[in-house]
Design a protein around this ligand. Sequence first.
Ligand code: SAH
Length: 239
Amino acid sequence: MSVLFVVGLGPGDTTHLTQQAKKAIEKSSIVCGYRTYIQQIEGLIKDKIVYSNSMGGEVERVKKAVLSAKEGYITSLVSGGDASIYGMASLAYEIGFGVVDIVVVAGVTAALSCSARLGAPISDDLAVISMSDLLTPWEIIKKRIEAVNIGDFVCAVYNPKSKNRTKQIEYALNRFYDSRGDLLCGVVKDCCRESEAVRIFPISEFDYDFVDMRSTVIVGNTQTYIKQGKLITPRGYGV
Ligand code: SAH
């Protein structure tokens, strides 16, 4: 069977692209991906056939990638960050299982690159949650928000806001506040890209206007503190 690589590109610049990811792309003659992510690796794909489309075209894109691989062209289907975190990895299996050999290549997901920018906010158990109710019903997302409260998890919030979807992050932070108090939040916008911006505030001073769909919000747990501009969640060494 021919190979379909499902490749996580990391957050932005090519220094965050793993060597495995680079190798997979180099081996491929066809590269499929969302337009923004294709732009992210322009320098690597000059000699390749590229299939890119816009948001909403995921199923079509994955079908195209599976078909290309089935026809014998080594193909890379690329996602930002890691392909299994709100990316194309599961869809590739759903469509391509038994048709092509699928190889998932791990990438640096936004929670990790953004955490590094903020200091060390993820040093204890972490919950990852998306505010997008496009594929997951809002009622389920609400239950997961409560589960984060019950476990006092550090929480990485993906897809916090889009043009038409603005209230979910406010709801989540209000629920965190009501349940656990004025937790510290770090926001990284465009992590590892030219326009990168980093802000830290408690929930009570959270600037909702700063957040957009290119941002990740990391909400600390009740132990998280701020020191010289860095967010730190202690592991419990007691130093
Ligand atoms: N597969 C991606 C996530 C895709 S969902 C990954 O593993 O990172 C899209 C969301 O990811 C965005 O709304 C944002 O919350 C987050 N994100 C992706 N890239 C980012 C970046 N460079 N800086 C900040 N957040 C990012």
